[in-house]
Design a protein around this ligand. Sequence first.
Ligand code: NAI
Length: 411
Amino acid sequence: MTTLSFSKDKIRILLLEGIHENAVASLARQGYTNVERLPGALDAAALKEAIAGVHMVGIRSRTKLTADVLDAAERLMCVGCFCIGTNQVDLATARAKGVPVFNAPYSNTRSVAELVVAEIIMLSRGIPEKSAKAHRGQWLKTATDSHEVRGKTLGIIGYGHIGSQLSVLAEGLGMRVIYVDIEEKLPLGNAQVRPDLPTLLGESDFVSLHVPATAQTANMFGAAEIAAMKPGAHLINASRGNVVVIEPLAEALRSGHLGGAAVDVFPSEPATLDDEFVSPLRGMDNVILSPHVGGSTQEAQANIGTEVAEKLIRYSDNGSTIGAVNFAEVALPPHRDVTRFLHIHRNVPGVLSSINEIFSTRRINISGQFLQTDGEMGYVVVDVDAPIEAGMGIRKALEAIDGTVRVRFLS
Ligand code: NAI
């Protein structure tokens, strides 16, 4: 009898849009060598053809994995978005087909934090204005309103991955760091939490926003918050474009209430590189404008390559779905000396007992079981310590359970 086994070179992987070499290297290190790489995105028809028979697909933001394309991917096991956003994938359809989608939300944390540090120093010295004037032939050689950042106060709104990384870097420059967050967060170094936003704004020479896009953060920084900032203070937004209301910001910069600003994200951003960037902040010498590049570095791309490839490998090798954006998250121990069955199903009553019955009627001992349900879908992982051989009918029996979407086994 042949023992059931899982051969990695049979796993077909398609990587589109010039995904970083690190992804290929990570996959190869773990034995996944059946990789096809394409430099660009494909249109729907070409994509449907290319994705047929593929087990894992890696994309960036330009590949649209619609329901139609996913229907053509009958073998697809998981999707890696080698970027932050995942709205190019029909996540609900992928989920209903039992296909977890992974991304890399934190690979560019450091890149954003470094840009903000640079902007704090530039704003503190009035460099945006001095540079703009020099380009126009003016020589603004003065120390007026030019300051070191050492000893100044940085107020961070949102002390998550980026906010806390910024906190460490800013303290390295000798800044005093205070923050607010809706969650209780451990202060790093000598940073101190403040009880509310007005308190933070009243103390900060620099205010930097690092909150996510939520209903609560939409337009959270408007005329009242800007007015509550110290005269001459600086505002930095590299979070989301709709967090700051732009008109009152432009007005405070014109009136001199604020000393300057650095803005990387905007309520309305050009859809393509050829579209014009339109903003009331254009033409203001005391404002650093950047085209949503806070996280865009070669190092972040390399980190993304590794991070997403590792999530795909972990799912394929051991069934863990940690980091999936559309799927019940299950962290699984390694499955040495056991066979692991993965059962993805619609969340209907009776599935778990049917699974257990399949093993108990064959007198197979279950050594570990993990269950996670997530609304409509359920994910059960069963470890058994008996040798499993072809012909036992386990796979067929699992597939026959009502509500089953997909069955995999790893040995
Ligand atoms: P994160 O999820 O690690 O941290 C966000 C923090 O904000 C959390 O601690 C959360 O509790 C807190 N928070 C949520 N609502 C809040 C509120 N109303 N008031 C105060 N705190 C609140 O996210 P991460 O990775 O630090 O990213 C932060 C932002 O940066 C996100 O909006 C992300 O989209 C953006 N970003 C921008 C990039 C760029 O290119 N400019 C690149 C990467 C991220």
